[in-house]
Design a protein around this ligand. Structure first.
Ligand SMILES: Cc1ncc(C[n+]2csc(CCOP(=O)(O)OP(=O)(O)O)c2C)c(N)n1
Length: 418
């Protein structure tokens, strides 16, 4: 299968086709950052350089019509160190929690059933974007949503228990992977209906405006999610009413097994924002800092009452659309799938956002290699404990089956039609 434009844009390591622009080569930017550190550049000026390079990559990828005068590079040297470390911790949690759940399914000993859509490969999108949010901001998610939940502070024990359909799970074992919700953390829910995440978040943004709070509401959806009316309704109404809404489209190149370039009339999905006169940016979704930078810019706009932003993140899922075809325990990525090439997969794995961000954190002195190893070991331990917690939890009580399905009490017609 030929390398597509969007694969070039985000991987930076695939063989260049004529459509690939050299300015989209993220690894070159990171090399110069590491070189700068080796030469003993002061942390502050180094962070500035980092901001310039990462922001430059983001801007290089941005939709130029909207990027002019809208640089977010300046925010990158002001990221608190705690935020950097938290974003990396969440990336590790997504990676190793999903790898853990993968192993449980492949192990075949736990009677697992139901569908899982793995997010592995896309961690920088969720963690970079959500890193720029406050705890009380809202997030809506889609079928491939474990990453958004973990990035927003989802509880690993409750998530594992839900995948095991146990009473202690987020939905008391009645929801499974695609319906995990945590209102206490602003996580308005995963959703199996492709596209509706955008409309739900826009609705929440309307609620924010009515209440007059300073929150923002963010939707995540795949490249397939832009192909329905809910996405347009969300963007259009948010633009009209200047709602604090940010729509993030995770363009991982495929809708199930169909290449996105065959189903979308535009390559850069951020261009959809043009017709509504709102900013649209296309960003390297494998670059945590670029995601944070563009998101911080969008969040500042939203909190200032300037309305919505559309962000397209070019990314890739390392596993199959759903389930574990082509996956093996201990091997990262699903190989041998009929609709994509192993060569492309290997190119994207070479641009894996986790080692990339770890190298940056080590290079700027936020972590030593030893601390990074310890962080990873601690996350793996937490994941293993969450799986044991799930295994040892009771199955759901049958009489809870209809809980939370119907509203309590009654609603008079006058309330509904007033
Ligand atoms: C409204 C609707 N139509 C079709 C489906 C079936 N479906 C489930 S996932 C999927 C592909 C989604 O692709 P994309 O939005 O790009 O997300 P990805 O799976 O690539 O992350 C489809 C068509 C659905 N769940 N909802």
């Amino acid at each position: 299968m030929p390398v597509t434009d969007n694969q070039c844009a985000a991987s930076g390591k695939v063989e260049k086709s004529s459509a690939c622009s050299s300015e989209q080569s993220a690894p070159e930017g990171h090399n110069s950052i590491v070189d700068a550190v080796r030469q003993g550049v002061h942390r502050r000026s180094f962070m500035k350089a980092l901001g310039g390079v990462a922001g430059g990559v983001a801007l290089a990828n941005a939709n130029r019509a909207h990027a002019s005068g809208n640089s977010w590079a300046h925010v990158l040297d002001d990221i608190p160190e705690a935020t950097l470390l938290d974003m990396y911790d969440k990336m590790l949690k997504i990676r190793w929690w999903e790898e853990g759940i993968k192993d449980v399914f492949l192990g075949g000993k736990d009677d697992m059933y139901g569908v899982i859509h793995l997010y592995i490969g896309e961690e920088a999108v969720a963690c970079g974007a959500i890193g720029a949010l406050n705890d009380d901001d809202f997030v809506t998610s889609h079928h491939r949503g474990h990453g958004h939940l973990i990035a927003k502070g989802g509880d690993l024990n409750k998530m594992s228990a839900e995948i095991f359909f146990r009473e202690t799970g987020y939905n008391h074992g009645y929801g499974g992977s695609m319906h995990i919700t945590d209102m206490s953390k602003g996580i308005l829910g995963m959703n199996g209906i492709v596209g509706v995440s955008h409309l739900l978040a826009a609705g929440a943004a309307h609620g924010i405006k009515v209440r007059g709070t300073q929150q923002v509401s963010v939707s995540f959806g795949g490249d397939g999610s832009v192909n329905n009316g809910w996405f347009y309704a969300a963007l259009r109404n948010s633009a009209l009413y200047k709602l604090p809404f940010i729509s993030i489209v995770e363009n991982n190149g495929y809708q199930t097994s169909i290449p996105a370039i065959e189903t979308n009339p535009v390559r850069d999905l951020s261009k959809i924002a043009h017709g509504l006169d709102i900013p649209g940016y296309t960003v390297d979704g494998q670059d945590t800092l670029a995601m944070y930078g563009v998101m911080k810019h969008a969040v500042d706009r939203a909190r200032n009452g300037e309305g919505p932003t559309l962000i397209e993140a070019k990314t890739y899922r390392f596993y199959d659309h759903a389930g574990l075809s082509g996956a093996k325990s201990g091997v990262l990525g699903a190989f041998g799938l009929p609709y994509r090439s192993d060569k492309d997969l290997m190119a994207w794995i070479a641009n894996d956002p986790l080692p990339k961000f770890r190298n940056t954190l080590v290079a700027i002195g936020a972590l030593t290699q030893k601390q990074a190893d310890e962080m990873e070991a601690d996350v793996k331990k937490q994941v293993a404990e969450s799986i044991e917690f799930a295994r040892n939890s009771p199955k759901p009580q049958q009489d809870r089956g209809l809980s939370n399905v119907y509203a309590q009490g009654s609603v008079s017609p006058s309330q509904m039609y007033a």
